[in-house]
Design a protein around this ligand. Sequence first.
Ligand code: PMP
Length: 409
Amino acid sequence: TKQYLDLPVAPADLAFGLMAEFDADPHPSKVSLIAGAYRDENGLPWILPSVNEAKACLEKNSNHEYLGIAGSPEFIKLAQSLIFGETSETIKEHIASIQTVSGTGANHMAALFLAKHLRPQRVFIPSPTWVNHQSIWTMAGVPHEEYPYYSSETRTVKLEGMLAALEQKAQPNDVVILQACAHNPTGVDLFKSQWAEVARVIKRKNLFVVFDSAYQGFATGDVDGDAWAVRYFVEQLILTAESDSTHPGLCIAQSFSKNFGLYGERVGALHLVVPRHLSPQGAQSELMSIARSEYSNPPRFGASIVQTVLGSPRLRDQWQADLNTMSARIMVMRRALRQRLEELGAPGNWSHIESQIGMFSYTGLTREHVQRLRNEFHIYLLLSGRVSICGLNEGNVDYVARAIREVVR
Ligand code: PMP
């Protein structure tokens, strides 16, 4: 076994490595389409007006005391009603919730908790998915297996393959990661009828779903629409389940990074929904003892911003307007890129750029295309062909479209 002195140096994180290369590039027309963070029409980070107002309120009457181990109770309540909507009242008694170190921390806490107490043989993750899913579950000691998710030929979800993999390979109590909306990196989500088919297999095979919800409201501007799949699963697996159901429950890893623009403040929550005949209290205490030994208690500042916004009807309206601003700008840029590519006669079909959802577009550009975009045009994106639409604006979309036309023709 390796000791600390002879550990190999792991390759740098690809996305973070690429961002460093971008920063070092002196070219005046360089464009970064790498990072999953919103940028305004001038290419700058944007502080949401609702967040700015909440910060002004907080300045007057906040302190730097520790939160409790499970975080701020008021924040947790508001986070629950945001994700569960009207059903939150009905199932409150069946949820163990803790504030987490953002969405990553929520996924991590879910993995630690489930590895110890559900003891799945495997975790099933979409192919492709957010890179950290694999790392988080590997750290927790649970082997992963990919299920087919995206077809690059049809640029749609590979539903048959996905269902067949779960049907044939998953064992009871295995974990399935589902992204709640705005799938990273493909921008392709399941339709409602497809969610229903997945829910049926999950229910029949007693699989445990971890919903990763990182884009609620950010994806479409519609907070409830973006939570539809989560609420549907809660209804099917918990609320309307037969009383003798042996289904193990599900959980939701909730991030506030994108929908509040609070990336560096690390605001999130994990909600574990247990079957209705069980009490969540044991799970709650176990989540708290894991949190205690990992970081004692979660950060205060970002959660108090979210709590201030969601707790005030006026600031909540402003937040809705902010969500509309972000999601609408992304949709405008999707349309602009598609239109420019078509006007320029770039070979191929570009309609997917407009129809995909959320921050990312899986463009279908190959590694060679991506390398040429970087070397010849100083345009940076992941080798998979994933672009962050947020990096586009009126000032660079034409340049990007022309560069793409050059490399694909
Ligand atoms: N899940 C998915 C699918 C994501 O895209 C992200 C952000 N890139 C996260 C979770 C977690 O982000 P954070 O830790 O900033 O909340």
